[in-house]
Design a protein. Structure first.
Lengths: 318, 313
């Protein structure tokens, strides 16, 4: 991990974001290594989308920073940041709302090339658009059509082509497949995986669907109420979750084989309000193994085995 | 596209016919005797009776309507009872005045209203926004005659910049024409400016919160390009709708405004006709306005097709 220091493309440092009194993200730290897919999971309201937005500085953090390839994004001016956008892109959740309805899809894919002055003149750009379209499995002849003429899966392909247009190194996929049918989800996930390998992309894959994340991600971060509670390689995290919340989450995944049915850990109550979170560990009120000491202070995210981290003081129940 | 225009043209016909009948019969139902207006209060009953027969006022209404229609379709709108001037000639001199007035008002509403609305939307919840919203609220509440009087007080009486009333045709003296038309078109336009401003603000705010605006920003598109290329383009359709729908209201504003500023337009022709029980110009004037409003609506439809490239007419 230390040897990989220059291997790190994106580093989030003590990211915090509050909206009014709501603490959406609290003290989030992570690094993304070049060429890996990191899954970010958590339930609605856990702050995963906010983290994704801040990683691209589409949202300014309340405090903390994001270092992208050695540059602290929060120090960049508007113009510098716009140039930087060429190297980082976002794939949106909703393929219906995220395309300008009045733009032909060819124009939508071409626009990043125009604003960043890539691929030379008009014909060079058109060529690149056609190339991108065939990379994501769309017929180049569709370039003259408008978004409403496409299905959800096709639109998501358009969104991916658009994100790839400027040849980015870093992509945040925010619930990129949640709005799609399961059969289409698989197609898009395979496409993303394939593109990531071929283009050596670094990807932050945000999802609430553990099955999807397990399939695509190399490493997984689990968020709960604005904090990262566990982080580790996908396989290990699934086979041997360390944090009580992760354990509960994984036990809740439906099993296709009934004879393998596990004991489900049923959590009490609901996610507490982020306006007034509990003292100490934010999970303690619902935690099956909480101790009085958990109320005392917020557990830090600390190493728990090789390349794994967790934010829990109960090492004894692992 | 051509097919669409033809189809709208066919719709135009029955509407115009219906309006013409309504206008025609409504005026006959108005109290008051046109012969009194013509011959004066002191005319004898016999004299008035003779004139009634001569003018055909005693004939059955459908017959009067048919007679009027027959002439109208051939472009003969009759003569003004009062001045004996052919109504067709009156229309020829008065339509350009009202047309100029309303077109200038629309132009002002676009030139002032759209940028104002964009500014308010971009500076949402700041003092700029509050001031613009306050002004547009006030503008909508301001009656035409009051706006006109205020403008005359300020620009004619106190500052002495603009002549308070009168009209010179544009081709005779363009500078004087524009000077004379500024205040009337502002008067007619003030509520439309206000409305366009509000509509622009609302639809810009709505569009700016759309996901595809975020997409554009994520692409690295500059703020200006986001606002004009992505947002304004999508926000324009409701704005055009508002302008198109308000054309009727604009003409009613023109009636009042032409009276305040003594402009020889259609509106004043209608008002004077009503006061004098001089029916022919009133009927012709209203017919022209109705057809004008229908044409504007057709034009609005065509504008959608230009703005929204997804619509294939």
């Amino acid at each position: 991990m230390l040897a990989g220091e220059q291997n790190v493309l994106v580093r989030a440092q003590s990211l915090r974001k509050s909206f009014g009194g709501v603490k959406a993200v609290e003290d989030v730290n992570f690094s993304l290594r070049r060429g890996e897919i990191v899954g970010l999971v958590g339930e609605s309201g856990s702050g995963k989308t906010t983290v994704g937005r801040m990683a691209l500085r589409l949202l300014d953090p309340t405090s903390g920073g994001v270092v992208f390839d050695g540059t602290d994004l929060t120090t960049l001016s508007g113009g510098q940041m716009r140039c930087m956008r060429q190297r980082m892109q976002l794939i949106f959740q909703d393929p219906f709302a995220s395309l300008n309805p009045h733009m032909r899809i060819g124009e939508a894919i071409e626009e990043p090339l125009i604003v960043h002055g890539l691929n030379g003149g008009r014909s060079g750009r058109r060529e690149r658009v056609f190339e991108l379209m065939s990379v994501v499995g769309l017929r180049p002849s569709y370039a003259e059509r408008y978004p409403h003429e496409f299905s959800g899966g096709q639109r998501q392909r358009i969104g991916i082509a658009r994100a790839l247009a400027s040849n980015p190194e870093f992509i945040v996929a925010d619930e990129a497949v949640s709005a799609l049918d399961v059969s289409i989800q698989a197609q898009i996930i395979n496409l993303l995986r394939e593109l990531q390998r071929n283009l050596h992309l670094t990807m932050l894959f945000i999802s609430h669907d553990l099955g999807v994340v397990r399939y695509i991600a190399d490493r997984i971060m689990v968020m709960y109420l604005g904090r990262i509670v566990e982080l580790g390689p996908a396989d290990e995290l699934f086979s041997n979750p360390r944090h009580p919340y992760t354990k509960a989450l994984i036990s809740a995944i439906p099993e296709t084989n009934p004879s393998l049915r596990r004991d489900r850990i049923i959590l009490k109550g609901d996610v507490p309000s982020p306006i007034n979170p509990p003292s100490g560990c934010v999970f303690r009120e619902r935690c099956p193994v909480a101790l009085p000491a958990c109320a005392a202070e917020v557990p830090t995210l600390r190493p728990a085995g090789s390349d794994r981290m967790k934010a829990c003081i109960r090492d004894d129940v692992d | 596209m051509m097919k669409h225009i033809m189809r709208s043209g066919i719709y135009l016909l029955p509407i115009a016919l219906m309006t013409s009948f309504l206008v025609f019969s409504m005026l006959l139902l108005l109290p008051g005797d046109p012969t009194i207006a013509l011959l004066g209060e002191r005319a004898t009953l016999e004299e008035r009776e003779a004139l009634r027969i001569k003018m055909g006022f005693d004939d059955p209404i459908p017959l009067q309507y048919a007679r009027w229609m027959e002439k109208t379709v051939t472009g003969d709108f009759g003569r003004s009872l009062r001045t004996q001037e052919p109504v067709a000639d009156m229309l020829a001199t008065r339509i350009p005045v009202t047309l100029e007035l309303t077109l200038l008002a629309v132009l002002l509403s676009v030139v002032i209203g759209v940028p104002g609305g964009i500014l308010a939307a971009l500076k949402r919840n700041t003092w700029t926004d509050f001031i613009i919203s306050f002004l547009s609220m006030g503008g909508m509440a301001l009656p035409y005659f009051w706006a006109g009087i205020l403008l005359i007080r300020l620009f004619s009486l106190q500052l002495g910049w603009l002549p308070p009333s009168g009209y010179v045709p544009f081709f005779q003296d363009p500078v004087q024409n524009v000077k004379l038309m500024i205040m009337p078109s502002l008067t007619v336009g003030v509520s439309l400016i206000a409305l366009v401003m509000r509509q622009t603000r609302t639809s810009m705010l709505e569009v700016m919160s759309q996901d595809y605006i975020r997409t554009a920003r994520a692409k690295g598109v500059s703020h200006t390009r986001v606002v004009f290329r992505h947002a304004l383009h999508n926000a324009m359709i409701p704005i055009v709708t508002v302008i198109g729908l308000q054309m009727g209201a604009l003409v009613s504003g023109a009636v009042v405004t032409e009276t305040i500023f003594s402009l020889p337009g259609l509106g004043r022709m209608i008002v004077e006709g009503i006061f004098e029980r001089d029916l022919a110009p009133v009927q012709a004037g209203i017919l022209v306005i109705v057809i004008g409003v229908i044409l504007v609506n057709m034009l609005t439809d065509l504008t959608y097709a230009v703005l929204d490239r997804r619509i294939k007419l």
